[in-house]
Design a protein around this ligand. Structure first.
Ligand code: VG1
Ligand code: CO
Length: 543
C-alpha cells in the first residue's frame, strides 16, 4: 500500500452548522467532497499523527463507503488507532462514551441525525473531541477556514477493511479495531440505572413500546430493553436499521413517529412508549394517552433524577437551550440549583458539563442528556424515565399531572416552516432585529411585550461569546415567542417558531397545547408576519 497526495481545490459551503456538516448525500459523494472535509478536519485539529480516534455512524446510505475512505485517510496521516463500530455503526451517544472510555483523542460520527437518509436525502459528518462532546464553534470555524484554502489531501491506497469482523486489522501503520457498538454502552446504562427495579416493573405487567424508526437504536434497544430488561420480543418496533430508514423521517416526534402515537392513544395501548432518531441521541416519551413535551420531560427528569442510582447524590445544576421552555427553571429554582440558558445545539453544554456545573441538560427538540457522556442520549432518557416510574409506581399521566400541580404547567409548541426561500427567511429575521429596541410596551394580538432581544451567550467557563442565537420576545403575561433559523437543514431555510405560555391553575392544565397557545400563536403572527414572509398559511411540522 502506498500513500497518495492528491491535488484538490477548495469546495464551497463546507461549513458545519448546529451539529456538524450536513448536505445532500449526492453532494457528499461528489468528487473530493468527503476527502476535502476530512483533510480539513484533520488539519484543524492539528493533525492526527499518533492519535487514537473513534469512528462510526448511524448506518444511513453512504455510511459504509465513507468509513472506508476516512480510515484510509487516517492511515495516510499517521493515526495510531481507529476504533470503529462493527459494520461502521455507532450511535452518537455510544460514540461519545467510547471516546471517553478509551481515552481517545476524538471521534468522527457520520450522521445527519433526524434528517431522512438515502442517495437523494441527507448525509452528515461531525467531530467530537477528547471529552466526547461536539467540537466547539472555535474548532468548526477552523475546519471551514481550512476547507477554503485546501490544495491537497492524503489517502492510502489499500483494500477495504472488513467492517464486520471484530478485532484488530492493519491499514499500513494504522491499527483498525472493530468493536461491538452496543456492549460498552449497555454496560454504562446498567451502571446508572436500577435494572432490577425496571425488570420488576416490566415483569409486573407494565407494557412498553419503543420505536427505533429503522435507525441506529434498533440493536441497542433490543439488547437493553428486550434482552437485559426482559421486555417481550417485539417491544422494539422497526428495530432493523436500514440505509434509508425504511423511507421515513427518523425523527421521534408525534408527526413522524405516528405509528407509535397511534398505539399509545389506542384503547388497549401500552403503558409507556418512546422513540429515538437516526443517530440515537433524541427521544420522545409518551404515556398511555399522554404525550410528554420534551421541555416537560427535562423538568420532570430534573425533579426526579435522584430516584436513579446514578444520580442519587443529586444534581450539580441543569442547563437548557434558550428556545427550550422554562419548565426546568422552576424545578431548579425550587431545588436551589444552578440553571443555565445556552444557544441551540449540544456543543454549548460541553463546557458546563466538563466543569461540573451541570448534571442534566436538555433541548425542546427531543434531546435530553447528562454528564455520563457529552451528547444527548435517547435511550438514556428512556431508561431514566422507566427507573423513575419503577420507583414511583405511577403512570406517566399521573406523574405529569402531579408535576404540573406542583410547578405549574408550561404549555409549549414549536412550529416549523421548512424549505422556505432563504432570502425571505433572512428578511423576516432581519426585520425583527430592526424592531427589537422598540418592542417593549407594544401589543400584538392583545399581548404586551415586556422585553425583547437577540439572544447572545457568554460561556461562563471559557469566556467565549456567541451572538445572534435567536429572537426572544417575552410578554407581560409570562408567555414567550422565540424565532430562529435552523442550522441543520439542507434545503433553503427552516424557520422555527417556539411558543410558550405558563398556567398555574390546575383546572386549566388539561387543555390541548395548540388551543392553550392560540393567543401566543396569534401574537407571533402579528409580530413577525410569518404568512407574508414564508408564503405559507400554516407550519409544515408542529411539535
Ligand atoms: C436542531 C435542533 C437542536 C439540535 C440539533 C441537532 O437544530 O433544533 O436543538 O441540537 O437539531 O440535533 P436546528 O439548528 O436545526 O434548530 V440532531 O439529533 O439533528 O443531531
Ligand atoms: Co440526532
Amino acid at each position: 500500500s502506498q500513500i497518495l497526495t492528491v491535488p484538490t481545490q477548495p469546495i464551497e459551503g463546507q461549513k458545519p452548522g448546529t451539529s456538524g456538516l450536513r448536505k445532500k448525500t449526492r453532494i457528499f459523494m461528489g468528487r473530493h467532497y468527503l476527502e476535502n472535509f476530512t483533510q480539513s478536519l484533520f488539519d484543524a485539529v492539528g493533525g492526527v499523527q499518533d492519535k487514537v480516534l473513534v469512528l462510526g455512524g448511524d448506518g444511513r446510505f453512504f455510511n459504509d463507503r465513507a468509513v472506508q475512505v476516512i480510515l484510509r485517510m487516517a492511515a495516510a496521516s499517521g493515526a495510531a488507532r481507529v476504533i470503529v463500530g462493527q459494520g461502521g455503526i455507532l450511535s452518537t451517544p455510544a460514540a461519545s462514551h467510547l471516546i471517553r472510555l478509551r481515552g481517545a483523542d476524538g471521534g468522527i460520527i457520520l450522521s445527519a441525525s433526524h434528517n431522512p437518509g438515502g442517495i437523494d436525502e441527507d448525509f452528515g459528518m461531525k467531530y467530537n473531541g477528547a471529552n466526547g462532546g461536539p467540537a466547539p464553534e472555535s474548532l468548526t470555524d477552523k475546519m471551514f477556514a481550512r476547507s477554503q484554502e485546501l490544495t491537497e489531501y492524503r489517502i492510502l491506497e489499500a483494500q477495504d477493511i472488513e467492517l464486520n469482523r471484530l478485532g484488530e486489522q492493519a491499514l499500513a501503520g494504522l491499527v483498525v479495531e472493530v468493536v461491538d457498538p452496543v456492549a460498552d454502552y449497555a454496560t454504562l446504562m446498567e451502571s446508572l440505572f436500577d435494572f432490577d427495579a425496571i425488570r420488576s416493573l416490566i415483569a409486573g405487567g407494565t407494557r412498553l413500546s419503543f420505536d427505533a424508526m429503522h435507525a441506529v437504536t434498533g440493536p441497542y434497544a433490543r439488547e437493553i430493553i428486550e434482552t437485559r430488561l426482559g421486555a417481550p420480543k417485539g417491544t422494539v418496533l422497526n428495530a432493523q436499521p436500514l440505509p434509508d430508514f425504511g423511507g421515513g423521517h427518523p425523527d421521534p416526534n408525534p408527526v413522524w413517529a405516528k405509528e407509535l402515537m397511534d398505539q399509545m392513544f389506542a384503547a388497549d395501548g401500552p403503558d409507556f412508549g418512546a422513540a429515538s432518531d437516526g443517530d440515537g441521541d433524541r427521544n420522545m416519551i409518551v404515556g398511555k394517552g399522554a404525550y410528554v413535551s420534551p421541555s416537560d420531560s427535562l423538568a420532570i427528569l430534573a425533579a426526579n433524577a435522584r430516584l436513579a442510582p446514578g444520580y442519587a447524590k443529586g444534581l450539580a445544576g441543569v442547563a437548557r437551550s434558550m428556545p427550550t421552555s422554562r419548565a426546568v427553571d422552576r424545578v431548579a429554582a425550587k431545588a436551589g440549583l444552578e440553571c443555565h440558558e445556552t444557544p441551540t445545539g449540544w456543543k454549548f453544554f460541553g463546557n458546563l458539563l466538563d466543569a461540573g456545573r451541570v448534571t442534566l441538560c436538555g433541548e425542546e427538540s427531543f434531546g435530553t442528556g447528562s454528564d455520563h457522556v457529552r451528547e444527548k442520549d435517547g435511550l438514556w432518557a428512556v431508561l431514566l424515565w422507566l427507573n423513575i416510574l419503577a420507583v414511583k409506581r405511577q403512570s406517566v399521566a399521573e406523574l405529569l399531572r402531579e408535576h404540573w400541580a406542583e410547578y405549574g404547567r408550561t404549555y409549549y409548541s414549536r412550529h416549523d416552516y421548512e424549505a422556505v426561500a432563504s432570502d425571505r427567511a433572512n428578511a423576516l429575521v432581519e426585520r425583527l432585529r430592526g424592531l427589537l429596541a422598540g418592542l417593549p410596551g407594544q401589543s400584538f394580538a392583545g399581548l404586551t411585550v415586556e422585553a425583547a432581544d437577540d439572544f447572545a451567550y457568554l460561556d461562563p467557563v471559557d469566556g467565549s461569546t456567541s451572538k445572534q442565537q435567536g429572537i426572544r420576545v417575552l410578554f407581560t403575561n409570562g408567555a414567550r415567542v422565540v424565532m430562529r433559523l435552523s442550522g441543520t437543514g439542507t434545503e433553503g431555510a427552516t424557520l422555527r417558531v417556539y411558543l410558550e405560555s405558563y398556567e398555574t391553575d390546575p383546572a386549566q392544565h388539561g387543555l390541548d397545547a395548540q388551543e392553550a397557545l392560540a393567543p401566543v400563536i396569534a401574537a407571533a403572527e402579528e409580530l413577525a408576519q410569518i404568512r407574508d414572509f414564508t408564503g405559507r398559511s400554516q407550519p409544515d411540522v408542529t411539535t
